[in-house]
Design a protein around this ligand. Structure first.
Ligand SMILES: Cc1ncc(COP(=O)(O)O)c(C=O)c1O
Length: 378
């Protein structure tokens, strides 16, 4: 019998929290506190406390968060910034937006995050910053990256869009670099009901710049200290996020349990590579990503059986049309090049049921049994 397994299920989560969310939205409407105001301040305080940092500045989305972080660090024309070859385009886009040049770095074969050895090879005298992405919820290898940053005086900006409250050797991601950025895109582990993002930092000067820059260069209306942009977290999203922040650790635990169940059920399936968790790290499984050379066929088979999957990402960034002008070849990024054909993200969200996970595992096994039978047919 076919079971439906959507890739994410935001509706079920909303229904579970409906009373609290609806009350939070109603309070913002009653107060007409749409832009800035107490709901935004309350969320910023709560998020900074949860992260254990001095400052959290809400912004319009995770892409702007990266852009304003770069601007706060004074990165611009003539500068190069190291970014992973496999990530969502925002990581590189923000660098170009700031006027600097994104320099792609291959990923680690086991953990899919920016490879510190490859980063060292891509350094030039123009390299000013490095943006590790804690991809899929797995912390990047921060120890060697910090060493590299310290050695060459590079700014380290952590892109935590996919890794709210993941930990590297016990320490929360977002607390290693000078500044870290978050996305609260609806399907993220901590997701708003629209676009939203934040920047966190312990440095007062950076925080001040980001706060005024994202609000037309001013703290007080009509007093523009600098030219800025309009990128603000709005009151409704902040109020929603404050409710959801209370549940994030529970949701992350549920994701981890689901990942463990998937891994147990699929442990014997030699045809796929399961996600590996970096030693001494807490992966928060924003995505549960497997690898197989039969990826496209498998994806079709799962879809025929009611299971939605996605690919993160079908093309590594150096090979998307937007960066074709850089003239990269597959052997510039051998790992990212190979994996873009093999990665497949299975359904993963806190509300996923054990029955759904069993069903997905069963269908994965069935696919490879058919596949092998076909392969040995004379
Ligand atoms: C790794 C990464 N960086 C940045 C972003 C940008 O966030 P947003 O969509 O909120 O602009 C995202 C999410 O979409 C992401 O996954």
């Amino acid at each position: 019998m076919t079971m439906r397994v959507p890739f994410v299920d935001l509706r079920t989560q909303y229904r579970q929290l409906k009373a609290e969310i609806d009350a939070a939205i109603a309070a913002v409407l009653e107060d007409a506190a749409f832009i800035r105001g107490r709901y935004v301040e309350a969320f910023e305080r709560a998020y900074a406390a949860a992260q254990g940092v001095r400052h959290c500045i809400g912004v319009a989305n995770g892409t702007d968060a990266l852009y304003v972080a770069l601007r706060a660090l004074g990165i611009g024309p003539g500068d190069e910034v190291l970014v992973p070859a496999l990530t969502w385009i925002s990581t590189a886009e923000a660098v170009s937006q700031a006027g600097a040049r994104p320099v792609f770095v291959d990923i680690e074969p086991d953990y899919y995050t920016l490879d510190p050895h490859c980063a060292a090879e891509r350094m030039t005298e123009r390299t000013r910053a490095i943006i590790p992405v804690h991809l899929y919820g797995q912390p990047a290898d921060m120890a060697p990256l910090l060493e590299l940053a310290n050695c060459y005086n590079l700014a380290l900006i952590e892109d935590c869009a996919q890794a709210h409250f993941a930990r590297y050797r016990g320490q929360l991601v977002g607390t290693f670099g000078r500044v870290a950025t978050f996305s609260f895109y609806p399907s993220k582990n901590l997701g708003a009901y629209g676009d939203a993002g934040a920047v966190v930092t312990n440095e007062d000067d950076l925080a001040y710049f980001i706060r005024i820059f994202t609000n037309h260069g001013s703290l007080t209306k009509h007093e523009h200290e600098i030219e800025g942009i309009n990128s603000r977290l709005d009151g409704l999203q902040a109020a929603i996020l404050s409710v959801k922040l209370r549940y994030i650790h529970q949701w992350n635990r549920q994701r981890l349990e689901h990942a463990q169940l998937y891994s147990e059920l699929l442990a014997d399936l030699e045809d796929i590579v399961l996600p590996r968790v970096r030693p001494e790290c807490t992966h928060i499984f924003h995505l549960f990503v497997i690898r197989t050379p039969q990826r496209d066929e498998l994806q079709r088979y799962l879809a025929e059986n009611g299971i939605d999957t996605q690919i993160h990402y079908p093309r590594a960034l150096p090979f998307v049309p937007a960066y074709r002008h850089l003239g990269h070849r597959p052997d510039d990024f051998p790992v990212a090049w190979q994996y873009q054909h093999e990665l497949l993200s299975l359904p993963m969200y806190p509300e996923l049921t054990q029955a759904q996970i069993h069903y997905v595992a069963e269908k994965l096994k069935a696919f490879f049994v058919h596949h092998r039978r076909r392969a040995i047919r004379p």
